[in-house]
Design a protein around this ligand. Structure first.
Ligand SMILES: Cc1cc2nc3c(=O)[nH]c(=O)nc-3n(C[C@H](O)[C@H](O)[C@H](O)COP(=O)(O)OP(=O)(O)OC[C@H]3O[C@@H](n4cnc5c(N)ncnc54)[C@H](O)[C@@H]3O)c2cc1C
Length: 328
């Protein structure tokens, strides 16, 4: 459910609906806890959905190869048994702890009261780097993510950037869009070489050492102006402009909560507890000796966090949840 309530009461609040948060939601349901997830992105899946939905992931146990998008779909289906409340497009900004209630304020003014909180905030709130020429063009043809491809059928698409997302999207859209132009300000790329080679060998027009200097059109974008580093100006038709210029990760709100950080990560003990009572953390955001930042590791950490949080909620409960297979 994607809700819009001003106040929510829940057993467990999970901050961050990436892989760790989604698997945590499943485990909350298994422990009989009501669960609410908040995420500043408009969609579920964290880095996987936002940065590499079309890439094959090879190191998630049980899936020899699975596309990012499909892994997220499977996790969402698995989490559904917990009937989670999803508060998307909202950022957790203020935390206060009062005896046995943790209250989280969101950036839209909503309040979530929880018995326990698990922070699975990855690298923090990440926002796309703006395209300077694109100011005022959002919702008029300029996008920063390409979550699904079908809507680009028959369109002229200009992609700006030279990293993995730019090349992945160019490669994926080539057979769907009418034309693809990729504009990058350098002549070197930061993307997987096999994808670069595939795009260079395909029908995408790749313009390097150039920038998109203006978007043109009456209501919706119709064309872009491209200026090379030598000052040569040209235009290309475009009904869609994809700015794939990377992201800025922001942890500043969380760093005000009194949680002990080690640089950009939250220190946890072996039960995934932070230094604050009733506040746990799991996934990429955590730090301890030997930490490895991978999806598989986040799954294990969040299972530990939820099962220990369940004992905080009910001190008579056991940390070990029993085997899920016993209920099947
Ligand atoms: C290109 C690329 C390829 C990768 N390939 C692999 C791979 O093959 N195998 C592998 O194991 N790992 C891979 N990774 C790493 C993997 O994606 C991460 O380890 C994983 O996403 C971490 O999951 P997480 O749930 O901890 O955090 P994230 O996926 O980062 O999710 C955290 C979520 O928290 C949200 N958030 C943050 N702060 C707030 C706030 N204050 N309020 C609300 N929401 C907030 C963010 O919006 C985000 O959605 C790859 C990463 C990249 C960039």
């Amino acid at each position: 459910m994607v809700g819009d309530p001003a106040e929510v009461d829940t057993d467990l609040l999970i901050v961050g609906a990436g892989p760790a948060g989604l698997f945590g939601a499943y485990y909350a349901g298994f422990r009989g806890l009501s669960v609410t997830l908040v995420d500043s992105l408009p969609e579920l899946g964290g880095q996987v959905s936002a940065l590499y939905p079309e890439k094959l992931i090879l190191d998630v146990a049980g899936f020899p190869a699975i596309k990012g998008r499909e892994l997220v779909e499977q996790m969402v289906e698995q989490a559904a048994s917990a009937k989670p409340t999803y508060l998307l497009g909202r950022t957790a900004t203020k935390l206060s702890i009062d005896d046995d209630v943790v209250t989280m304020g969101l950036d839209d003014g909503a309040l979530v009261r929880a018995k326990v909180v698990i922070i699975t905030a990855g690298i923090g709130k990440f926002t796309p780097r703006p395209l300077p020429a694109g100011e005022g063009w959002e919702d008029r043809g300029l996008v920063f993510f390409v979550p699904s491809f079908a809507e680009y059928a028959g369109r002229d698409v200009v992609i700006v950037g030279g990293g993995d997302s730019a090349f992945d999207w160019a490669h994926s859209l080539e057979s769907i869009a009418k034309s693809i132009t990729l504009v990058h300000r350098r002549d070197k790329f930061r993307a997987h070489q096999a994808t670069v080679d595939a795009v260079l060998a395909g029908s995408t027009e790749v313009i390097t050492q150039a920038q998109v200097t203006a978007l043109q059109g009456e209501h919706h974008v119709e064309a872009v102006e491209i200026t090379t580093n030598d000052g040569e100006v040209s235009t290309r038709p475009a009904q869609s402009v994809v700015a794939a210029l990377g992201f800025v990760a922001d942890l500043s709100a969380m760093q005000e909560w009194g949680i002990e950080f080690d640089k950009r990560h939250i220190k946890v003990d072996t039960a995934m507890r932070t230094n604050l009572p009733r506040v746990f953390a799991a996934g990429d955001i955590t730090e301890y000796d030997g930490k490895v930042r991978l999806i598989a590791v986040g799954f294990g950490e969040v299972a530990t966090a939820v099962n220990n949080a369940a004992v905080t909620v009910d001190p008579d409960a056991h940390v070990f949840p029993g085997h899920s297979s016993e209920g099947s």
